[in-house]
Design a protein around this ligand. Structure first.
Ligand code: PEP
Ligand code: MN
Length: 335
């Protein structure tokens, strides 16, 4: 279990969050493997909060001292590795944005050569298995013994319910090719919103992931970055309590296919719920403009769009039935 805020914002915020986390882990008899907080935040837009920088490192050293939690931060350059070393921060992660640049990852790996550090390698933004595996290898080849991978989902240009698409087959492939490499899941960055975190965390555990990295903040609503996906330490503990840590991975190929299916089903159900909202909006527009609910030509066109002659006959039958159900329900709803 790794928990902590997206970003270090102030010493107070770091200490308050750590105190609350400590209360929870003590109450439940758990242990926190690492306390996380970003100090340098690589943001897409330059006017976003980019982190407190080096000034925050002594605050994290204080968290380490007061609560005994080893801390980890994100590093993007060898110089930042150097600063972490100076402040006694001995665990860090390579983020998804840095992960797309093998040259930089290699420079970071060279900078830690020989250090007894823990390195978490997040998956790169792009769903490129080799890039992620290669980044892991750069640290293994540098002689780092405590390397772990972190699955945080992949940027996806298609409309997606999650902030980052899980693409479960990719971390599972990593598990197959690196059986000794611990793989954690970061459901906070996959989901982008607290409401799906429990579900994604549970899927990860069921697939045999070795741990979870989650964003926790004493006051999520005041967070300077990723406010919507951060849990209070209390919410975090309540969520962890609901998780089942039983893993059942009899056949990796089957697990991989199931992961793909689960991904599709989750998105289907979210998309159908989105569809319901759109249907309501259409009903409102029709009512305001005195248009009839049923517009047969419109529906004929929709049917044509999805029924293609060259498709599997069984699939065609299925899609016809499925569209029919959608259509009937839309009409009912609009009426
Ligand atoms: C983070 O963990 O706060 C972060 C920025 O991670 P990622 O690189 O996965 O976006
Ligand atoms: Mn974050």
């Amino acid at each position: 279990m790794i928990a902590g805020p997206c970003a270090a914002e102030s010493e107070r915020q770091l200490l308050d969050t750590a105190a609350q986390l400590q209360e929870e882990v003590r109450a439940h008899g758990w242990q926190l493997a690492l306390y996380r907080a970003g100090v340098w935040k690589p943001r897409s837009r330059p006017d976003s909060f980019e982190g407190m920088g080096e000034a925050a490192l002594p605050w994290l050293a204080e968290v380490q001292r007061q609560f005994g939690f080893p801390v980890c931060v994100e590093v993007m350059t060898p110089h930042q590795v150097e600063l972490c070393r100076k402040h006694g921060i001995s665990a860090f992660w390579v983020g998804a944005r840095t992960g797309v640049n093998p040259a930089t990852v290699q420079e970071i790996a060279n900078a830690v050569k020989g250090d007894p550090v823990t390195v978490l390698v997040k998956n790169p933004m792009v769903p490129d298995f080799k890039l992620w595996a290669g980044n892991v290898e750069r640290f293994l080849h540098a002689g780092v013994t405590k390397v772990m991978a972190v699955h945080r989902g992949f940027a996806d240009s298609t409309e997606n319910v999650y902030r980052n698409a899980p693409r479960w087959e990719i971390p599972i492939e990593l598990k197959v090719q690196f059986p000794d490499l611990p793989i954690l899941c970061d459901p906070s960055h996959i989901c982008g919103h607290t409401r799906w975190i429990a579900q994604i965390a549970q899927v990860a555990l069921a697939y045999g992931f070795d741990g979870l990295m989650m964003e926790c903040h004493a006051h999520p609503e005041q967070a300077l970055s990723d406010a919507e996906q951060q849990l209070t330490p209390r919410q975090w503990a309540e969520l962890v309590e609901t998780l089942s840590f039983k893993t059942n991975v009899p056949n990796r190929d089957l697990v991989k296919q199931r992961a793909l299916l689960e991904n599709v089903d989750t998105q289907l159900s979210e998309l159908l719920s989105m569809r319901f909202h759109i249907v309501d909006e259409i009903a409102r527009i029709k009512r305001d403009n005195n248009l009839p609910v049923v517009q047969p030509q419109q529906w004929a066109q929709v049917r044509k769009r999805y029924l293609k002659a060259d498709q599997d006959i069984q699939y065609q039958e299925f899609i016809e039935q499925f569209l029919e159900v959608l259509h009937i329900n839309s009409i009912k709803r609009q009426q």
